[in-house]
Write a protein that binds this ligand. Structure first.
Ligand code: SF4
Ligand SMILES: [Zn+2]
Length: 394
């Protein structure tokens, strides 16, 4: 797949700093792919090879059909996201490839089914109406989850009449009318929700900051197919991709949520950045080129967008857990997280009205000092160029 900006010279501002260090768009993508490849090359060899072990399953809080309820989340072990395994080497914040993916040998249809079936049949999910299935990539990509495995899993779900809604994730290029119609026909009494990691509606920054490899146009096309098939659409909006300032990140998330709803998204999951191993974000964080978002910034985005539709806050619950998560100060972290959890139960932003802490002044100062996106990008590129390291081979 070609990068959407491949032939455009979008890195103009960098030229002004030092002509000898300017990068064309295609050079930048080559650079970032090489960088990601280098990071992934440090992933230790797999510590286990049992692809047919029961999938990890968690029971989490949910808010479904106007009620506080639970959802079951199944994490399948997979061979990894195709986008991360191809020449682009995946998205810059994604740690799946280092955690829940195993490349030693192809995982068979039978193994996928066994993973799901053993977890699903032994977990205590009686009365839980929502089921999420995560496969570290795209549920509808036959090369990541074989069609036979997918259809068998859906048939198993269909036998459990407690499940009222199933949520799966996919990149937009795998959303087709036929795969959606097939999926719906296999779970006729159950609602389907598809989550797409749109992250930001800014095409250029999705590309530069996240190496995401799809455009808003592709997302919109997939959204239209999903809507025409009466399927629920959720989009993940990411708070503070690399190179964004704190203020720029807030504004981008607000703008992206507004645009997502205008495109027919039914629910937004606001995902604030976390640090996961073997990612560009981890590299930037360790080299003082990235600071975690503040919890106050999450609160600010919600205050500005909750009236637009169903905006849920992701609780940084990845499996396994990330190394660093958004925070304020030790005095108020727990209090603000409690309010965030309460907000998810009610979707009422007034739960944040009573929150005060002296660190809020520090956060406001950070907002005032906002750095420029292209300056931050340039710092990263120049640091790497000056190190005479990976870029040379790009
Ligand atoms: S974020 Fe999604 S599309 Fe990107 S590498 Fe991870 S699993 Fe693949
Ligand atoms: Zn505080």
């Amino acid at each position: 797949m070609k990068h959407i900006m491949e032939h455009e010279d979008f890195l103009g501002p960098i030229k002004n700093v030092d002509d000898s260090k300017c990068l064309s768009a295609s050079q930048y993508y080559s650079f970032i792919a090489t960088f990601m490849k280098h990071l992934h090359s440090n992933i230790p060899a797999n510590d286990y090879l049992d692809f047919s072990r029961p999938a990890h399953i968690e029971i989490r809080d949910d808010f479904f059909r106007g009620k506080n309820t639970k959802r079951a989340v199944v994490f399948l072990l997979s061979n990894g996201c195709e986008w991360a395994l191809k020449s682009a080497h995946g998205c810059t914040m994604c740690g799946h490839i280092a955690k829940q993916a195993r490349k030693d040998q192809p995982i068979s249809t039978e193994d996928f089914v066994t993973q799901f079936e053993t977890a699903f049949s032994t977990a205590d999910i009686d009365g839980i109406p929502v089921l999420n299935i995560f496969n570290n990539g795209s549920f509808f990509n036959d090369d990541e989850l074989p069609r036979e495995a997918r259809t068998t899993i859906l048939n198993l779900i269909n036998k459990n009449k407690n499940i009222k809604r199933v949520l799966v994730e996919s990149r937009p290029e795998f959303i087709t009318p036929s795969v959606l119609q097939e999926t719906k026909s296999l779970i006729p009494g159950t609602e389907l929700e598809i989550a797409i990691g749109l992250e930001t509606t800014d095409d250029i920054r999705r590309s530069i900051s996240l190496n995401k490899g799809f455009s808003l146009r592709q997302f919109t096309d997939a959204a239209n197919i999903i809507r025409k098939n009466d399927i629920h659409l959720r989009s993940y909006i990411l708070l503070k991709p690399p190179f964004f300032s704190e203020r720029g990140a807030i504004n981008d998330a607000v703008q992206s949520i507004e645009t997502a709803f205008s495109l027919g998204v039914g629910a937004v999951s606001l995902e604030a950045m976390t640090v996961q191993k073997y990612t560009l974000v981890e590299y930037l964080y360790n080299n003082n080129l990235y600071q975690m978002p503040w919890l106050w910034s999450i609160v600010e985005v919600i205050k500005r967008t909750a009236h637009l539709g169903r905006v849920i806050i992701g609780l940084f619950k990845f499996y396994p857990s990330p190394d660093s998560v958004p925070n304020n100060c030790p005095l108020c972290n727990n209090k603000v997280m409690d309010a965030i959890i309460e907000y998810n139960k009610t979707l009422r932003p007034d739960v944040f009205n009573q929150l005060h802490c002296k660190c809020k002044e520090d956060w406001k100062e950070v907002l005032e000092k906002s750095s420029d996106y292209y300056d931050n990008l340039r710092d990263f590129i120049l640091v790497e160029k000056n190190k005479d390291s990976i870029l040379r081979s790009a």
